[in-house]
Design a protein around this ligand. Structure first.
Ligand code: ZN
Length: 246
C-alpha cells in the first residue's frame, strides 16, 4: 500500500493540481494532515476535491477557524482577514464538511496523522526540542504532521532527536529508509504555502510495507495562484509569500 500524504493545502488549487500530476501513479490512497483552506483563493474547489478524493484526514487550525469553531482573536491580522473572507465565500455544505472534520491524531493502518502535535493540534513542532517533548505521546512509531509548513521532520531515538534530511533545490525527490526501533515524526511539507524558502509545492509518499518515505517537490503556476488572491481582495502578502516560499 502506498499513501500520498498531503498537508496545508491552504486553498491553493494550482499547487494541488501540480502535486497530483507530479505524484500520479505513485500512490493508492490519499491522506491529509489538515489545513485544507485559509490563505488561498480557491477554498471551495480544494475542499470539494478533498471531499471526493481523500481517504483519511484530520482538521487543521485554519479549517477549525474558517468553520467557526475557533475564536479568530488568536490569529494574526492577515490570517484573520483570510479566515473571514473564506467563511464568507464558501458554500455552506463545504463549511459543514470542515466543521465535521475529526481532531487528530487519527490512526491509519499502523501509523497516524495529526496536524500540530499529538497533544495539541495548534502546537508547532519546529525544533528538535519540540519533537523530543512530543515523542512520548505518539501512539505509533510513524506519525505524519503538518502545521509548520516545513518539509522534513524528526527521527526520535532514545539517545536523542535528529532532523530528517531536506531536499536540495536541484532535486525533486529524496527517499528515506525508516530504521527499526526509532520513532518518526514526518512532515510532508505544505502543498499550498511552503515556508522553508523553497516555493515548490511539497508532499510525501509513504510505503509502510517497504518502510520508505519519499519527500517530493514540484513547481506550480505560482503567478496564477497569486492573481486569484489579489483579485479576491486578500492581503498582498499572501500572494507575495508564495513566490518566496516563506
Ligand atoms: Zn497551515
Amino acid at each position: 500500500m502506498r499513501y500520498l500524504i498531503l498537508s496545508d493545502l491552504h486553498a491553493n488549487w494550482e499547487a494541488l493540481q501540480s502535486v497530483l500530476q507530479h505524484a500520479r501513479s505513485t500512490y493508492d490512497h490519499i491522506l491529509c494532515c489538515g489545513d485544507v483552506v485559509g490563505y488561498g483563493a480557491d477554498p471551495d474547489a480544494v475542499t470539494e476535491w478533498v471531499r471526493s478524493n481523500v481517504a483519511g484526514i484530520v482538521r487543521g487550525n485554519h479549517d477549525k477557524a474558517c468553520a467557526g469553531l475557533d475564536d479568530l482573536e488568536w490569529f494574526n491580522p492577515v490570517a484573520r482577514v483570510s479566515a473571514v473572507w473564506t467563511q464568507q465565500v464558501m458554500k455552506p455544505e463545504n463549511l459543514d464538511y470542515l466543521r465535521d472534520l475529526a481532531q487528530g491524531p487519527e490512526q491509519v493502518n499502523g501509523f497516524e496523522i495529526l496536524h500540530g502535535s499529538p497533544l495539541d493540534e495548534d502546537e508547532y513542532l519546529v525544533s528538535a526540542m519540540d519533537a523530543a517533548q512530543a515523542a512520548p505521546y505518539l501512539a505509533s512509531p510513524v506519525s505524519f504532521f503538518g502545521h509548520t509548513h516545513l518539509q522534513g521532520g524528526f527521527l526520535c531515538h532514545r539517545n536523542g532527536v535528529r532532523r530528517l534530511p531536506n531536499i536540495g533545490p536541484d532535486s525533486d525527490s529524496e527517499t528515506l529508509e525508516l530504521e527499526p526501533d526509532v520513532n518518526y515524526l514526518v512532515n510532508p511539507g505544505s502543498v499550498g504555502q511552503p515556508r522553508d524558502g523553497d516555493p515548490r509545492a511539497a508532499y510525501a509518499v509513504y510505503q509502510p510495507g517497504e518502510r520508505l518515505v519519499t519527500f517530493r517537490r514540484t513547481a506550480y503556476d505560482v503567478a496564477a495562484a497569486q492573481k486569484k488572491i489579489l483579485a479576491a481582495g486578500l492581503p498582498d502578502l499572501l500572494a507575495l509569500r508564495l513566490e518566496a516560499g516563506v
